[in-house]
Design a protein. Structure first.
Length: 639
């Protein structure tokens, strides 16, 4: 059977190991060719090809439920669940998503994107099954990185307390998070991986009996029974899993994650057991592609690349790109931290994404990677702040959602000087709705004591970093994915900005454009375009969404009489809402037109495509303003 013929995972039933191995080779080839063209997660999927095939051969996917943690490794799953023909559209607008999505396939039993949710979700399904008197299997597949997340531990605590609730947890242990996995749990897993693997005496017995002439074929069911009974004897007492056994799980492992025979035998065995079972599978991230096996961090995810060399495709532009915001953030912080030993940089398993890997290399004693544990990261920061340190937690806007209560309860109520640096704030592109940095202005703005700021460019970001480090209370800076504008930056001696003070960039009489962070330069372009239509605009770089510079904004709003707010974030509760509330508070009743992201999910696409589909390009914003307001001829000619 060819991979292209597999439209339903149950077609794997009954295939021989050799046939499965052949499909595995095809999956790897298709996976590599596609990611080389589209970009996406590479190493994680290559590591679970055999795990997926072996597991699915033992399941009935018309009934059984599988929950993949994060979902970035589930491309092999997509390829055998009816999406082979559309696989080339991966992560493209209107194409397949880069993660699992209940709306995309009946086989995506649970969507994700954020880590450590799978055991909880699968346990919920298992409890529902039992309450409804059904009897399908529920399986969670979780990586060793995701096991460092508190929710995974909460789920294990719960499942281990339910000895009659059948739940299979497959621990896909490739020793890596995005970077090397850190912490005591990874250390424990490593020890377990190094313990003697499960013995498969039964297979040898089976082979021996099968090879007896005229006998082997005839007693086949009997062989199966003996084989399975013997497995119980050989698998259960494995000392490696003592910790999980104590927590109420039956532990099977470690199993070679690239040996289909062993995987299938172990999964079959696991399905015969009652209660929570953990199968510990040792896999190799990037398996089968030498570049990815060697550079496991670099090939976690890749932009499009040349398959034969493993290198990124040469850009058509020869112009050097401006630095990314993450790089400016890290470089600036390093310079400041070299002279101020109170500064501690914290990441939650995202050292490369946030640029902090460089900080870690240069100032290891001032760097902390807490694992995929955003909530813990914030409370550690709060503890550091209590003792006079200057903690800087660099976390993507989307992942910081996890730590909302910690920001309220541990940081803001105690008014502690924790500096939150929200990378990837705004539209992120191909990662889609689970990763859009859409909500941070709204979810942070409502908390007392916190200051919110966003730089218009990379030079202003440097001043804001100093602002964040000198402010004596909670303060957050949001900045977008991607590169700055190539503006001139100072090497040192950055001055903090006055808290809550905005900046006037352009003056005009017809409309007041109030822009925040990444939308300030686009707002200047909008003003240029409006000018071509005879409409003159004042443009303000708000710098702070909280406190808002009402001293500047309110009189201008009153005088100009038409206000437009522009932001890269959700409209509800966002920057525009802050302006509306402030004007309302002062009884300034002028029309306010808010431009941002309405109440919808922003699906995967390129950032440019998302901006356009949301009407957020400069040209579209200009047109929208012209449509929204009537600018009289006198106004237009009075410029
Ligand atoms: C809450 C949260 N924080 C951070 C991330 C970013 N992230 C995506 S995959 C990953 C590593 C996951 O490691 P593991 O579970 O071992 O899977 P592997 O990539 O090794 O297959 C991280 C940190 C995330 N998805 N969710």
């Amino acid at each position: 059977m060819r991979l292209s013929e597999v439209t339903h995972p149950n077609q794997l039933h009954g295939l021989t190991i050799a046939q499965l191995e052949s499909i595995a080779r095809e999956i790897r080839q298709k996976h590599l060719e596609t990611i080389a063209a589209t970009g996406g997660h590479l190493g994680p999927g290559l590591g679970v090809v055999e795990l997926t095939l072996g597991l699915y051969q033992t399941l009935d996917l018309d009934r059984d439920k599988v929950v993949w943690d994060v979902g970035h490794q589930a491309y092999p799953h997509k390829l055998i669940t009816g999406r082979y023909n559309r696989f080339h559209t991966l992560r493209q607008k209107d194409g397949l998503a880069g993660y699992l999505n209940r709306r995309e396939s009946e086989f995506d039993h649970f969507g994700a994107g954020h880590a450590s949710t799978s055991i909880s979700a699968a346990l919920g399904m298992a409890i529902a099954r039992d309450l409804q008197g059904d009897n399908y299997k529920t399986v969670a597949i979780i990586g060793d990185g995701a096991m460092t997340g508190g929710m995974a531990m909460e789920a294990i605590n719960h499942a281990g307390h339910l000895p009659k609730t059948n739940l299979l947890v497959v621990l896909n242990d490739n020793e890596m998070s995005i970077s090397a996995n850190v912490g005591a749990i990874p250390r424990l897993l490593n020890k377990m991986r190094l313990s003697p693997p499960m013995k498969f005496i039964t297979n040898n017995i089976e082979d021996q009996i099968r090879n007896i002439p005229f006998v082997g074929e005839q007693i086949s069911p009997e062989i199966e029974r003996i084989k399975d009974n013997l497995k119980i004897v050989t698998m259960v007492p494995n000392k490696a899993g003592a910790v999980f056994e104590e927590l109420g799980f039956t532990y099977l492992g470690p199993v070679d994650g690239h040996n289909l025979r062993e995987l299938i035998d172990t999964f079959k065995m696991a399905h015969t057991l009652t209660g929570p079972v953990m199968v510990h599978v040792a896999t190799t991230k990037g398996k089968g592609y030498s570049y990815a096996e060697t550079d496991r961090v670099g090939y976690h995810a890749q932009n499009s690349f040349d398959l034969s060399t493993g290198k990124a495709k040469a850009s058509s532009s020869t112009k050097p790109k401006p630095p990314s915001y993450s790089k400016v953030f890290s470089d600036t912080l390093i310079k400041l931290a070299e002279h101020d030993k109170r500064i501690v940089a914290i990441t939650a398993a995202m050292s490369t994404g946030t640029g902090l890997d460089k900080f870690q290399a240069q100032l290891p004693s001032q760097f902390i990677d807490v694992g995929i544990a955003e909530q813990h990261a914030i409370v550690v920061a709060a503890g550091l702040a209590c003792q006079g340190m200057r903690p800087v937690a660099a976390i993507y806007s989307t992942f910081l959602q996890r730590a909302f209560d910690q920001i309220v309860h541990d940081v803001c109520i105690q008014n502690l000087p924790v500096f939150l640096c929200l990378d990837r704030a705004g539209i992120v592109g191909a990662d889609g709705p689970t990763h859009q940095g859409m909500y941070d202005i709204a979810y942070l703005r409502c908390i007392p004591n916190i200051v919110l700021m966003a730089p218009k460019d990379e030079a202003e970001m440097q001043s804001m970093i100093v602002t964040g480090l000198t402010h004596n209370g909670p303060i957050a800076m949001r900045y977008p994915r991607g590169n700055g504008y190539g503006v001139t930056m100072q090497d040192e001696d950055w001055e903090p900005l006055p808290i809550g003070k905005a900046e006037v960039l352009r003056e005009g009489d017809d409309v007041l454009l109030l822009a925040y962070g990444s939308m300030v330069y686009p707002a200047l372009q909008v003003a240029e375009l409006l000018n071509e239509h005879g409409v003159s605009a004042t443009v303000i770089n708000a710098r702070f969404a909280k406190p808002l510079d009402t001293e500047l904004i309110s009189p201008l709003a009153q005088k100009i009489g038409k206000v437009v707010t522009i932001e890269e974030g959700c409209l509800m509760g966002g920057f525009g809402s802050a302006v509306l509330e402030a004007l309302n508070e002062e009884n300034i009743l002028v029309p306010v037109y808010r431009v941002g992201v309405p109440d919808l999910l922003v699906e995967h696409a390129s950032p440019e495509q998302s901006f356009t589909s949301l009407g957020l390009s400069s040209g579209q914003i200009c047109d929208r303003i012209l449509k929204q307001f009537t600018f009289t001829k006198e106004t237009a000619t009075s410029i």
